[in-house]
Design a protein around this ligand. Structure first.
Ligand code: GLU
Length: 619
């Protein structure tokens, strides 16, 4: 008896790498910077002085939702000033940009974060210094009254992807000692920046600073900033891309206290730190980093946290202004239907028309992000060739669309429409974010056709070419056995005997004629109607019309490998393999001819399949 192999368990598998390189790198950072013991724990808020200086946690969240964690990433600490970009974004979305931007500036102040000074217009310099942050809390208090803090807590929780709580002791400690911030509050009120009761606003601000987070939380919050406001774990759009990009802007110019200029010059990643010992860094479109280590340098930034960010940026060359992209990679294949027709098996008259007009259907398969430069490149590449009547853009492998890209797509479609070119899209799910972005622009252009499957799109365009050039696609035509390519070359006597062994079958629309996995006991010849052949995973192999055989692999294989389903009412001749063997005994040369015809049909299919593989591998 055959022995079954032992079950596959983690210990029996040799994994390619036990540790992803990024995790290995974070471990190395942890080991390298743990001995670093410079700096002091902030104690101007007495309760903060109780933090354990040994704690050190590093977490990195990717935009596809993976979170790496090294060290004390589960230790809670207060968010402090790292709440500021989030509350600024919340104020923008809650009160409207115009209102917020009219009372809070965006220039670096050059002053310490807690300076009791406003700009020349008597407004806070920016939302990252205490004056600006207290103004934001005040604006939210205007909108939400007593519910302001809870509103903020819930918003920050959405960024973290979990319910965040408050450190009551730190809150009470800051509330008891925060007279500088109170002074700022009254300064804001006397200048009309806030109209609220100052103690109420300060209460919101102190509580918001005392929200408890972990290094892991701030990595996820930073990743949400880096991901245009979509939390990569919950996939929720937490805030508008406008508010997110503006929060990142002020982090870039003023996020790291008096070290902000140096930071963005050297590290090049928008970041915000807090006196609790946290640093959050958000590299747009790439990652979010959260670190926790309570000892601060003279600027108020976590000593170890700064080292981690510097090392990460330097090692992987992550400076946000050090980037380039090659738009030419966005086209994965570019062909016409001469090289790669649809899987519909065409009759001779249709074949002739399509062979003559193959240049009228151009297919461009795109990959990656539809960005300004990618779409521009595609539109120039399209303009380079002869003008087709139909262009199909296959977006199946498009993973993202920027607003610039979508806008350019719409403008390109408009140009094509003006030239009389029909644009067809394929591979796009109507529920996807990409579709929403593109349709936002293209809906103004009226009817753009879209098909989920590229093959259906190609088939549709081919049909239009056939119609335009005088052909017809007649689905109900009845075709006799003599017209079957598989039976080509059989004499009348053989054909007559063959026909006598066949039974005429009738199928309803959507009826399954053959199911993959079943025993293959007969061959079919389609008389009328249309059927399609699909693999068990739904991939369509062919669409067949009257005059074509299906299930013919039964002559070679004992089992069905694909499904055949009627698209509309259909009729077919069926011959069982047992009867076919009877026919073989009666007409050996005719049978050999059938097998030769079958070999020819399979060879033709192989040639088309090879051409397709070639198209995809040569780009
Ligand atoms: N709650 C702190 C304060 O207002 C936050 C300071 C900070 O983290 O920069 O002093």
């Amino acid at each position: 008896m055959k022995q079954s192999p032992p079950p596959v368990t983690a210990s029996t598998v040799n994994w390619i790498s036990a540790q992803p390189p990024l995790l290995r790198f974070l471990h190395a950072c942890y080991a390298d910077f743990l001995p670093e013991d410079g700096g002091t724990v902030a104690d101007y808020i007495p309760e903060l002085g109780k933090a354990d200086p040994a704690h050190f946690g590093i977490s990195l969240a990717t935009l596809d939702g993976h979170v790496y964690e090294v060290g004390d990433t589960k230790v809670p600490f207060t968010i402090q000033s790292m709440s500021k970009p989030f509350v600024f974004a919340l104020a923008l979305d809650t009160l409207g940009a115009e209102r917020v931007e009219s009372v809070i500036g965006v220039e670096p102040s050059g002053d310490p974060f807690n300076s009791i000074r406003l700009n020349a217009e008597n407004h806070p310099f920016n939302p990252m210094v205490n004056a600006g942050a207290i103004a934001c809390s005040g604006l939210i208090h205007t909108a939400k009254g007593d519910g302001a803090f809870e509103f903020i807590r819930q918003a920050l929780s959405r960024f973290a992807g979990r319910e965040l709580g408050v450190d009551e002791a730190v809150y009470a400690s800051e509330s008891a000692t925060g007279d500088r911030n109170r002074a700022i509050g009254y300064l804001l009120r006397t200048n009309g920046v806030i109209a609220e009761n100052v103690p109420d606003v300060l209460d919101v601000y102190f509580r918001q600073c005392a929200i408890l987070v972990t290094a892991r939380d701030i990595a996820v919050m930073a990743a949400t900033l880096a991901n245009r406001g979509i939390n990569p774990l919950t996939e929720q759009q937490v805030m508008t891309p406008y508010a997110i990009s503006r929060a990142l802007s002020v982090m870039t110019s003023s996020g790291m206290y008096d070290y902000a200029g140096e930071w963005i010059y050297r590290v090049g990643v928008p970041a915000k730190s807090g006196v609790g010992g946290g640093i959050l860094a958000a590299l747009p479109a790439r990652l979010g980093l959260g670190s926790y280590s309570p000892k601060l340098d003279k600027h108020g930034n976590s000593v170890r946290g700064i080292k981690v960010c510097e090392a990460l940026s330097a090692h992987y060359d992550l400076h946000m202004l050090n980037r380039s992209d090659d738009a030419r990679h966005s086209i994965i294949a570019d062909y016409n239907i001469g090289k790669n027709p649809s899987r519909r098996v065409r009759r001779p008259q249709e074949q002739e028309i399509l062979a003559k007009h193959f240049q009228e259907v151009r297919v461009i398969e795109l990959v990656g992000t539809l960005s300004l430069s990618n779409v521009d490149y595609v539109s120039r590449r399209l303009g380079g060739g002869p003008r087709p009547e139909f262009v199909i853009f296959d977006l199946r492998r498009v993973t993202a669309t920027t607003r610039a890209g979508a806008r350019l797509v719409a403008e390109a479609f408009q140009e094509l429409a003006a030239l009389g070119v029909t644009v067809i899209l394929s591979g796009i799910k109507r529920t996807s974010r990409e579709w929403t972005t593109i349709s936002e622009w293209t809906s103004r252009l009226g009817n753009i056709r879209d098909f989920y499957l590229l093959d259906t799109a190609i088939e549709w365009a081919e049909d239009q070419i056939v119609y335009r050039y005088g052909g017809s696609i007649d689905f109900v035509e009845t075709t006799e056995l003599s017209e079957q390519p598989l039976l080509a070359g059989l004499d009348e006597a053989a054909l007559g005997d063959f026909a006598a062994l066949c039974t005429v079958r009738t199928y309803q629309p959507h009826e399954t004629i053959i199911a993959a996995g079943d025993a293959a006991t007969s061959v079919f010849f389609l008389r009328s109607g249309v059927v399609h052949v699909t693999l068990p995973d739904g991939v369509r192999l062919a669409t067949l019309t009257a005059g074509m055989a299906f299930g013919e692999m039964a002559l070679l294989e004992p089992k069905r490998s694909a499904n055949v389903v009627a698209d509309m009412s259909a009729t077919a001749f069926e011959i069982t393999i047992a009867d076919f063997e009877r026919f073989r005994a009666q007409h050996p040369p005719a049978c050999e001819r059938i097998m030769r015809n079958l070999a020819q049909l399979l060879a033709d299919r192989l040639i088309v399949a090879n051409a397709k593989v070639d198209l995809l591998t040569s780009g």
